[in-house]
Each structure stands twice: as C-alpha cells, then as structure tokens.
Design a protein around this ligand. Structure first.
Ligand SMILES: Cc1ncc(C[n+]2csc(CCOP(=O)(O)OP(=O)(O)O)c2C)c(N)n1
Ligand SMILES: [Mg+2]
Length: 432
C-alpha cells in the first residue's frame, strides 16, 4: 500500500546509503568489532574516513502516484476502493471550488470584497485529502485549503458570508476574507501568521492521544514557504518526540508569493526533513487526487494506530496568483503557468478517470459547472444584501470576560454614535 511502500522505500534508501557508505568507504568489521557506538545522541558505526554528506548523497525521494495524465490507473493494485457516489462527489467539489474561485476573485476585482485567494491547481490535494479523513478529525489549515472545508460540509453560502463579513459570518466580520472556521465541522479558524497552526496542531493531537479510546487524528496543512518558519521545525520535532497522532500535509506548490521553492530551501524539498526528524514520510503527486486520497488514508490509519506523526509532501503547482494583492506574471512566465494548467490539471485528470469508468460525461460536466456558478452568483447577491454585524461584535467574544478598557471604549463609542449618528451608515449594521 501507499504508505508502506513509501516508508519501506525510505528505509531501503537509508539502508542502501549506509551500505554504500560502509562498503565503499569503510570496513566496519574492523571498527569497534562491528558494534555501533553508544552515544546518548546517536547509535551509529565508527568509520575512519571523513565524509561530509549533502543532498547528493541520497537519491531524491520518489513521488507516489496512481493516475497518469490521461486519467488511467497505472497499477490496478493501487486503485482506491471508493464508491461511485463518493468519487463523483469528490470531483463535483473540486469543480465547484474552481467556479467559486472564479467568481469571488472577480468580485474582489469589482471592489465588492476586500481580498481573495484562489486554489487553482491544488483542488486535488485539498479534496483528495479531505475525502480520506473522518468527520471527527480536527483540521488546522493554512488558507489555501477551501476544498477541504467544502468537502467537510461548510456550504458555499457560509463561505461567501465570511468573505462579505455580514452578520451571518460566524466570525462576525472580524477576520479578512478566506479566514474560515467551523466548530461543527472540526475546522480550526484560519489565522494569517504563517505556521502558527503547526505547534497548535501538535498540541491538539497530543491531547487526543491522552483521551481514552481516541478515534481522532489532527491534520495540519501548510505550504512549503511556511515550512521555513521556526514554528514548523518546532512542530515537527515536538510531534516526533511526543508521538502525536498528527498528519502534516505540506502543499509544495512551488511558490511562496514571489519566492520560488528554488530560493526557499536547499535539499530535497520538505519530505527530506521527515526521516531526519524520525517522522514517517511520503511524497505524493498532488495533481493526482487518487494518490493523495490513498496517501492520507494510510497516513491517518498509521497515525491513529501507532500514535505517531506522518509527513506527506504533496507536489503541485500554484496556478493562480498568490492572492488578489499579487500579479505573478511579474516573477514567472506565462508558458510555465500554461504547462501546469494544460497537462497537470487535477480536475482534468480526475474527470478523465471518471469518464473512463462511465461515471461522468461532458453534458453532466457542463450542467454542474453552470449550477455551481449560478449558486455562487446568487449566494453572493444575497450576501451583499445582508446587514453587517452589530458594531459591538467587534469587541465582544474576543475575551471571555471583557476587560475594563474595552468596556470603556464600548461606552465611549455608544455615546459617540448617539451624538453623530447621521455621519455613519448605521442602517447597514444590525442594531440592538
Ligand atoms: C509569519 C508570516 N510571515 C510572512 C507572511 C506573509 N505571507 C503570507 S502568505 C506567504 C507565502 C506563504 O507561502 P506558502 O507557505 O508556500 O503557501 P502558498 O501561498 O504557496 O499556498 C507569506 C510570505 C505571513 N502571513 N506570516
Ligand atoms: Mg507555496
């Protein structure tokens, strides 16, 4: 199976490497009688040849995949056992996400919302991984994981309400667009500072482990750029040493705003950090939804059974601009973007797979795209008409007990609004 293959391959690599080191450079039987040194910090053989290691000392970590670019399963043994309704649901969620992205991106361009981030090219990582989870699992996302959120049951209406910050936004307009969260669906609210979710995810997983009959894991999504934060290292190391049942899912999409991964790190990506820290690791083709599904399903089972973390690095490409504040043609070529849009689209690959199985057709596709588009447009028009939250929400529910200084500001604001109400669009806000 996916993970076992990945893991055993890594073990194989390590063994082969040490064999290469030992056979070509040393004679271990002459060293210490062949026994490993017993330092508290390392159990390893002694050698007499000084040899520094670098990334070329190891083969690149391979990328697990199930589908080829024409949507054909490469090895029948790896085809996941997903029922037809779920397969179609996975595809429909991916296509719906892409429609939602188009319309909300445009709505920011028209000045109707303040900010937006698209998920183009990463729909497969998001929805494929979400389909492999259980509803009780806890999700810590970065911000480009809306497919996970949709698949877990948050509706387009709820997401659009958040982007518009109206009174039906559970966050009451306090956060920027795309900072979703849902207690009901076990999705921790997204926060902008990169990698802060990672140590929090490990803490949550550790808490789950301590509960009797635990049946939950934590999944923690992060980008390859966020992986450069100190918090990322702390999280990985804590997860390894505390044996926390957390699946780290790195979306390596090649860019962190304008910084390409070639400038972000040296070495073999993010996956190489897993074995270095003692974390079971797999690298997967993120444009292949079925491969991501297999990887996360196996990773989840492994984390839960063994109370250990797993790192999955999903390789893909950020097709859209970083956000509405970015123009990516300033730092990458249109040809590069086109290559990934044409041959490596996760939506297209899964569509071809479904068509081969007789589960989907061009007509159904057209109808679904239109239905999803119409739904977002209608939801957006409704969201715009809804009142904004009461201005007091700005200060409420931030602290369990409102501190005196905030109480004072609230009273001052109340008096101010009484006196100068004609200067404020108060009819757009909910009132007492
Ligand atoms: C601590 C911190 N530093 C910088 C930023 C600004 N910032 C927001 S997103 C981003 C890029 C992150 O890239 P990556 O983790 O690869 O995710 P991607 O956008 O590619 O999905 C940066 C630098 C931030 N939000 N937080
Ligand atoms: Mg990135």
């Amino acid at each position: 199976m996916a993970l076992r293959n990945g893991v055993s391959f890594l073990r194989l690599l390590t063994l082969r490497q040490s064999a290469r080191l030992l056979t070509t450079h040393t004679r271990p039987e002459l060293q210490n009688g062949g026994k490993l040194a017993e330092f508290p910090g390392a159990k390893a053989p002694y050698v007499t040849e000084m040899r520094f290691l670098d990334e070329t000392s190891y083969d690149p970590i391979p990328i697990y995949r199930v589908l080829d670019n024409s949507g054909e399963v490469i090895d029948r043994n790896e085809e996941p056992n997903i029922d037809n309704d779920s397969l179609v649901n996975i595809y429909k969620t991916m296509a719906q996400l892409s429609q939602m992205d188009k319309i909300l991106y445009e709505s920011q361009r028209q000045g109707r919302i303040s900010f937006y981030m698209t998920n183009y090219g990463e729909e497969g990582v998001q929805v494929g991984s979400a389909a492999a989870l259980q509803p009780q699992d806890l999700v810590f996302a970065q911000y480009r994981e809306v497919g996970v959120i949709l698949y877990r049951g948050m509706t387009v209406t709820e997401l659009v309400n958040q982007c518009y910050g109206n009174h039906e936004d559970p966050g009451k307009g306090r956060a920027m667009p795309v900072h979703y969260g849902s207690k009901q669906h076990n999705i921790v609210s997204i926060s902008s500072p990169l990698a802060t979710q990672m140590p929090q995810a490990v803490g949550a997983a550790y808490a789950f482990k301590r509960q009797a009959n635990n049946d939950r894991i934590v999944i923690c999504y992060f980008g390859e750029g966020a992986a450069s934060e100190g918090d990322a290292f702390a999280a990985l190391n804590f997860a390894a040493t505390l044996d926390a049942p957390v699946v780290f899912l790195c979306r390596n999409n090649g860019y962190a705003i304008s910084t390409p991964s070639s400038e972000q790190y040296r070495g073999d990506g993010i996956a190489a950090r897993g074995p270095a820290l003692g974390i079971t690791t797999l690298r997967v083709d993120g444009t292949d939804t079925l491969a991501v599904y297999n990887a996360v399903k196996k990773a989840r089972a492994f984390a839960l059974e063994n109370n250990k973390p797993v790192l999955v690095e999903a390789m893909n490409y950020r097709v859209g601009h970083h956000s509405t504040s970015d123009d990516s043609t300033a730092y990458r070529s249109v040809e590069e973007i086109e290559k990934w849009t044409k041959d490596e689209s996760p939506i297209q690959k899964l569509k071809l797979y479904l068509e081969r199985k007789g589960l989907w057709s061009d007509e159904e596709d057209k109808a679904w795209l239109k239905e999803s588009r119409d739904n977002v447009v209608k939801t957006m028009q409704d969201a715009e008409k809804k009142q904004k939250p009461h201005w007091k929400e700005m200060l409420e529910e931030v602290y369990h007990d409102m501190p005196p200084r905030l109480q004072k500001q609230m009273q001052q604001m109340e008096q101010h609004l009484k006196k100068y109400k004609e200067h404020y669009p108060l009819n757009q806000y909910q009132s007492d």
